[in-house]
Design a protein around this ligand. Sequence first.
Ligand code: ACO
Length: 402
Amino acid sequence: GVDLGKLMSQTGLVTLDPGFVNTAACESDITYIDGDAGILRYRGYPIEELAGKSNFIEVSYLLIYGELPSQQQYDAFAERIRKHTLLHEDLKQFFDGFPRDAHPMPVLSSAVSALSTFYQDSLNPFDKEQVELSTVRLLAKLPTIAAYAYKKSVGQPFLYPDNSLGLVENFHRMTFGFPAEPYEVDPVMTKALDLLFILHADHEQNCSTSTVRMVGSSEANLFASISAGINALFGPLHGGANSAVLEMLEGIRANGGDVDTFVERVKNKEPGVKLMGFGHRVYKNYDPRAAIIKKTADEVLGKLGANDPLLDIALRLEEKALSDDYFVERKLYPNVDFYTGLIYKAMGFPTKFFTVLFALGRLPGWIAHWREMLEDPARKISRPRQVYTGYPERSYLEIGKR
Ligand code: ACO
């Protein structure tokens, strides 16, 4: 075949594609999306099956290593993660440096970036064992970092991980537990969190994953690349949307729950007014993850005994949008984030923390893509071109003559 990219660069031609709407940056075996049909598969397995039958550790293994693990492989992987949940004691001091009201996302990305200073024995992207070690360290330590970011924000003492617990249970305990009190696993909470992590675990070349691949393409280490991905996820058009949805629903409630007026404001394109949690670059149909979450939201909110008036607003908003020409013509459907905020809120997480939960779920996908990229023989440093639209050549004027 002809290498079109090479041919075009030799002839000086470039394609202008803002937002990479039509540009594939790589080949990938990890995740398949059919946006028109609303299909999502990890390594060939439909998301609905994984959501119903698997768990987050197993899905992480599947994404990173390409196959479902045998029992033995699963046990060894889970055990290895268990052994790495502790943070270096000096890293704990790090959290004291942030203001109490710091947003947990930059705390998370800073701490992950700092991991490369504490774990210098796992930075070489071309040493298989070091890559395994940084993979396991990240999977094990990100929940601990996230829980500490939460504890710091509410002024409570940090809890060391309890390695008799599974990853999700441990995270839940470190977040909501207290040192002197026994922790009781709430199976409804931890099962729902596990499911949400599975649903967020990968989504091919989204903004944060592309960022991880781009940073990694310079052969930067895994911690540095994931830290960059966390910062990309922070934006309200990406992972930050789950917090923004809740803020939107609360705004509507404060205005007496008037969904119609809000939708009119969206349609009039008032600056800064969007239907958050709606629309997607790839899905032009119902996001299959949103369909699973909508079912779960009802179940979880019911079981947690939370009678949240925001759920009613969300349901009315969805119904209104799905029957309105503006949204129908533009193929705008609820995405994964439309209902997650309500579940996280019912679980007791503050709004600011929602995007951190997204990061915990997306981590195995980021790692899988970083590894796939580095193993790709066709790999090149990411370096897009541009179409220059500035001044033609002009002469420098001394400061007194300008
Ligand atoms: N509310 C109102 N109008 C919208 C919305 C929305 N949520 N999303 C898209 N539109 C409109 C646009 O204004 C545009 O209209 P126009 O053709 O009249 O100009 C049209 O639909 C196409 O939208 P684009 O912005 O071109 O679509 P794009 O693929 O660039 O953006 C995105 C996708 C960023 C997700 C967008 O739909 C959006 O901003 N949604 C709200 C934020 C959100 O929920 N993000 C989470 C995404 S999922 C995730 O990261 C997990």
